[in-house]
Design a protein around this ligand. Structure first.
Ligand code: BGP
Length: 479
């Protein structure tokens, strides 16, 4: 007997900018992701202030989901998806973010796509803003540092809430909002990089701007939640956090205290505002470290309290170790890592694989928030090989997912209320951190390569049939 709810939302997740392509078709404007070049594991991608000729921008074609969505959704339905997480590309609806009137062609595209999902009984789960901030808002306002963006975002939300009534019920206000706590993440999330062109790893570090931007995003999110609750009582609104599970590297109290600080900064700061509707007490220590408290207007605190989310969703890929010893940090880790954990193996991209960390995370989250949880991203980015007979034997991916699902089920047995699971990149797509196609997550392979070539044909991987069985048995049959 499955330990999961009968209505457990099995599915998969993508983001518009990483799969749709058609970046300037049918009236769409450029988003921050459209200004990012490709990169690789070793060479960081760049963000450019103008589109450079003869440079590859992976989002411009991506896997051309824009023209393949019927075929792709049919494949999701074949696997038995109950839900499909995708995002709306803000600039398809409002090309600069500042128009009064929405772009009908953009609205119609999503309407058709959501109807296609519904045809198969698939419930769309929609991220309102997933690294798709209109680039014009970066140029004019330094992204979310500008308070004006709250109204633009609300205009966008009101438009899509009204248009997709009856088609969409589950909404996430911002993807991985807590990426705004890091310099690297600021390009794609807060958009506070006005005037900058260059490597994603050399973005000027302006933490006070990010803290201000995040405040505006919190207010925007809360306003959207409040508005939805008042006008569309059946809508469920969630937050989305890139959960960064970390452990103290040793039991030295210095490491423990340092890890507590990192957990607060990376995870609890944003999660607490979304779920509890107020900044946590420790926010003051974060502000001190990041250059000061955000400017707030009268009424902001009340708005935060009135716009608490209905459920908490998060991405989970890795865990890391935190040390207070600068010597141990030398030469270790990558983007997410403090020091490598000697008990864990890592993916080809250096992401440390820790299924038990998911159980730990789910328990920590539920203890703290007591609202339904959903894992809306998880998966293994790996190199896949097409064999001579055309098969793709991605047993490594099956192993990764199986172990994470097992730990998720143990967490449910521990008492966690879990709504669903949507592994990332259910169909191969462009990597957010590197811009590569070679870092594949999908159950469905797409013939598209890092040099921009490829027929765009779709093929099922071995994991396709495996996941189908998992869904059919509601997580009982993981073999
Ligand atoms: C999350 C993002 C996704 C996605 C995923 C995997 O941070 O929400 O957009 O891309 O990570 O990361 P990557 O594509 O860098 O492998």
């Amino acid at each position: 007997m499955s330990v999961l709810r009968e209505d457990f939302l099995w599915g998969g997740a993508v983001a518009a900018n990483q799969c749709e392509g058609a970046w300037d078709l049918d009236g769409k404007g450029p988003s921050v992701s459209d200004m990012c070049t490709n990169g690789s594991h070793k060479v960081p991608k760049r963000v450019t202030a103008v589109i450079e000729p003869d440079t590859l921008y992976p989002s411009h074609e991506a896997i051309d989901f824009y023209h393949h969505y019927k075929e792709d959704i049919a494949l999701f339905a074949e696997m038995g998806f109950k839900t499909f997480r995708t995002s709306i590309n803000w600039t398809r609806i409002f090309p600069t973010g500042m128009e009064d009137t929405p772009n009908e062609k953009g609205l119609a595209f999503y309407e058709d796509m959501f109807k296609e999902c519904k045809k198969y009984g698939i419930e769309p789960l929609v991220t309102i803003s997933h690294y798709e901030l209109p680039f014009a808002l970066v140029e004019k306002y330094n992204g979310w540092e500008g308070r004006e963006l709250i109204d633009y975002y609300m205009n966008y939300c009101k438009t899509i809430f009204a248009r997709y009534e009856g088609l969409v019920k589950y909404w996430l206000t911002f993807n991985e909002i807590n990426c705004g706590m890091s310099t690297f993440g600021s390009i794609l999330s807060t958009g506070t990089f006005k005037g900058y062109s260059g490597s994603m790893f050399d973005v000027p570090d302006r933490p006070a701007e990010r803290i201000q931007a995040l405040h505006h995003m919190f207010v925007a999110s809360a306003k959207a939640v409040k508005y939805a609750h008042e006008n569309y009582p059946d809508y469920k609104l969630g937050c989305m956090i890139a959960f960064s599970a970390s452990y103290p590297y040793t039991c030295s109290p210095d490491d423990v205290i340092k890890n507590q600080y990192e957990m607060r900064k990376s995870n609890w700061y944003c999660g607490d505002v979304h779920v509890r509707g107020a900044y946590p007490a420790f926010a003051k220590s974060i502000w001190k470290q990041m250059g000061g408290a955000p400017k707030m207007e009268e009424g902001d605190e009340a708005i935060l309290l009135e716009g608490k989310v209905d459920f908490y969703s998060f991405s989970y890929y890795v865990s890391s170790c935190v040390t207070a010893d600068p010597e141990k940090l030398k030469g270790g880790g990558n983007l997410f890592m403090g020091v490598p954990n000697p008990y864990l193996k890592a993916s080809d991209w250096g992401w440390q694989i820790d299924p038990q960390g998911l159980r730990y995370t789910l328990n920590e989250l539920y203890d703290r928030y007591r609202i339904p949880l959903m894992v809306v991203e998880n998966g293994l980015g790996a190199f896949d090989k097409i064999e001579e007979d055309g098969s793709i034997n991605d047993d490594y991916r099956i192993d990764y997912l199986r172990e994470h699902i097992r730990q998720m089920e143990l967490a449910v047995e521990d008492g966690v209320d879990l709504m669903g699971y949507t592994p990332w990149g259910c169909i191969d797509l462009v990597s957010a951190s590197t811009g590569e196609m070679a870092k594949r997550y999908g159950f469905i392979y797409v013939e598209k390569y890092d040099d921009g070539t490829g027929s765009l044909a779709r093929r099922k991987k071995k994991s396709f049939d495996w996941y189908k069985k998992v869904i059919a048995s509601n997580g009982d049959d993981l073999d």
